[in-house]
Design a protein around this ligand. Structure first.
Ligand code: GRF
Length: 220
């Protein structure tokens, strides 16, 4: 099974996927491409240092728009989709991809629209796209979820938050959850201590969700 991972940052979740390859946690899978929207993303280094090294690509929105005057963010998202589709993935994983993907991307991945290019990267069966989000379904959608959850805890509004992996749909962080894991707060802990707990949970659920979805496509 072929995996493409999209990142923007340190790539610790990418690393969790790399470490799980060829283990019972993630059998019969390979990561064929890592795409970043930031050249400086350390995750690109993790991919290059994997054994065997994982091909990488990066495409920053600002650079794309500068180099393609008149093109829009939808065009950028379609360009990212083409880069992804060339790797012929069975699944696309957003692991800390800090860029909202518009219909320009999603319609190509689920085959509603085919790429208007000579290459043979048309999509026959919709390709599942999943996203890791550091909060529970419907709790803190969007950016700064961890900070907002921690603030709510400090105000006594909640006693736990968590992380989830969900299917990507056009409404940000609103797709059907695949794996959800609660992470309780501990009185007096710092946000850094909470974040460490949360990231460890993320490293588990990103692998579990990938295995689940790849297993589904195996049966279908
Ligand atoms: C994770 O907390 C993820 O939930 C959020 O960005 C972070 C990515 O971390 N979207 P990393 O780049 O995988 O280390």
């Amino acid at each position: 099974k072929r995996i493409v991972v999209l990142i923007s940052g340190s790539g610790s979740n990418l690393q969790a996927l790399i470490d799980a390859l060829n283990t019972p946690a993630l059998p019969n899978a390979e990561i064929n491409l890592v795409v970043s929207n930031r050249k400086a993303a350390y995750g690109l280094t993790r991919a290059a240092q994997a054994s065997p090294p994982i091909p990488t690509a990066y495409l920053a929105l600002a650079t794309y728009l500068k180099q393609n005057p008149g093109k829009t963010r939808q065009d950028y998202d379609a360009e990212v989709a083409k880069i992804v589709l060339r790797a012929k993935p069975d699944i696309v994983i957003l692991a800390g991809w800090m860029h909202i993907l518009s219909e320009g991307f999603l319609e190509l991945l689920d085959g509603r629209k085919n790429v208007d290019s000579e290459e043979d990267i048309s999509v026959v069966k919709p390709i599942p796209v999943i996203n890791l989000h550091p909060a529970l379904p419907g709790q803190f959608d969007g950016a700064s979820a961890i900070e907002r959850a921690f603030e709510a805890f400090q105000k006594g509004e909640i006693t736990y938050s968590g992380a989830m992996v969900h299917r990507v749909v056009k409404d940000v962080d609103r797709g059907e959850p695949i794996v959800v894991r609660e992470v309780p707060f501990v009185k007096g802990e710092t946000i850094e201590e909470y974040e460490t707990k949360l990231h460890n949970v993320e490293h588990d659920i990103i692998v579990e969700a990938t295995r689940k979805i790849l297993g589904e496509s195996q049966s279908s």
